[in-house]
Design a protein around this ligand. Structure first.
Ligand code: P1T
Length: 390
């Protein structure tokens, strides 16, 4: 059943996460948004319906999720997808042959693969640059550039791009600016308010938060671009199931609580690593000597829960460290309540050719941590066990 647009700007973030789009269901008063597990909707007469005709096109559980996410990103519109990659694929479908995209070089491996092995086949061209260096963005722009695609913080090196400046560069050349906001979550960063045109999420991560559902989203303000993307959402069909929307909404309700804990724990983990004699390098934008710290502090309200680091001894030592964790589980993905550890060069970023990983500065032995919300003392103990030689 269509819900009223309860856009209540006076409500704060944590309240909106629990209430926007999620008013009691009018027919029964159910406090929790029901799982409208139906593929289709009965029509009073051909073309006469209550706003829903087929669940690929729209479904009330998805509508609730989209309203909640739009509110959290301070966006007018949101579209939900079956995965972050489904969102990325659909975003790219509004571009055409001959268009050029400038993208962060340090980028989730799956996004890089989609661009290089997918959209390049259709005549869209890509330049991968270090977007934390604004001059590199400027230099890469051509008359065909239609999009600047940024991750900030990046996956997995936690590099920071000045989103305001990058959006200005994109706009001055008539291009759009998209920010993949997966690592920050809307709790810590809202790119539309910094001038970006589109925000993309793998909702699989912090937004759903419990490692039990895969999903994606795009949030934006501009009406005509929204209409084009909504058309493509339905045309391409990478839409989430009602149950996946329900799980994502359930996770979303505690986003504010969880993000504060992720950040608190990550801050302690980063400091512990920095002080450890076996650690060569730590990447965490919350540390004052991180090269992007000042910009991060100016555009984020916190530094989130991802930390990556290199140990002395390279990849073989990194593998040994991974084998000694007990609490941190070796797994791809991030942003759930449980702590995870992985080797990007072998796992999440293995699809990026080795020479390109090298250009990015992604060491073969880089270890990426998704710091969960367990008790910080237990996490530090686990890190100590993994790093200290027996
Ligand atoms: O996995 P999926 O929901 O399709 O989202 C893709 C995606 C998009 N953007 C970023 C920044 C991501 O990190 C991801 C997925 N990343 C992992 C699975 C990972 O472990 O890094």
């Amino acid at each position: 059943m269509p819900r009223k647009n309860h856009d209540q700007p006076e409500m704060r973030f944590a309240t909106r996460a629990i209430h926007v789009g999620q008013e009691p269901e009018p027919a029964t008063g159910a406090v929790t948004v029901p799982v409208y597990q139906t593929s289709t909707f009965a029509q009073a007469a051909p073309g006469v319906h209550k706003g829903y005709d087929y669940s690929r096109t729209d479904n009330p559980t998805r509508t609730a999720l989209q309203k909640a996410l739009a509110s959290l990103e301070s966006a007018a519109h949101c579209l939900a997808f079956s995965s972050g990659m489904g969102a990325a694929t659909t975003a790219m479908l509004v571009f055409r042959k001959g268009d050029h995209v400038v993208s962060s070089r340090d980028l989730y491996g799956g996004t890089h693969r989609l661009f290089r092995r997918g959209f390049e086949n259709f005549g869209i061209t890509f330049s991968f640059v270090d977007t934390s260096e604004l001059k590199e963005i400027e230099r890469a722009m051509t008359r065909q550039t239609r999009l600047v695609w940024i991750e900030s913080p990046t996956n997995p090196l936690l590099r920071i791009t000045d989103i305001r400046a990058a959006a200005r560069i994109a706009h001055s050349r008539g291009a759009l600016c998209l920010v993949d906001n997966t690592f920050a979550s809307p709790f810590f960063q809202r790119p539309l308010s910094l001038g970006a045109d589109l925000v993309l999420h793998s909702t699989t991560k912090y937004i759903a938060g419990h490692a039990d559902v895969v999903g994606g989203a795009i949030c934006l303000n501009e009406r005509s671009l929204y209409e084009r993307l909504k058309f493509m959402q339905n045309a391409a069909g990478a839409t989430p199931s009602p149950f996946d929307c329900f799980l994502t909404l359930r996770g979303l309700k505690t986003l504010a609580l969880r993000m504060r804990e992720h950040e608190k724990n990550a801050t302690r983990v980063a400091q512990f690593l920095k002080d450890h004699p076996r650690v060569r390098r730590v990447h965490y934008p919350g540390q004052p000597d991180h090269p992007g710290h000042e910009i991060a502090a100016s555009q984020m309200s916190g530094f989130s829960g991802m930390v990556s680091f290199e140990v002395k001894g390279g990849v073989s030592e990194a593998r040994r460290v991974l084998s000694r964790f007990r609490l941190f589980k070796i797994a791809e993905s991030l942003g759930g309540v449980e702590s995870l550890v992985e080797l990007p060069a072998v796992m999440t970023h293995a699809s990026i050719p080795k020479e390109e990983r090298k250009k990015t500065g992604l060491a073969e032995g880089l270890i990426r941590l998704s710091v969960g919300i367990e008790d910080a003392e237990d996490l530090l103990q686990d890190l100590k066990r993994a790093l200290d030689r027996p």
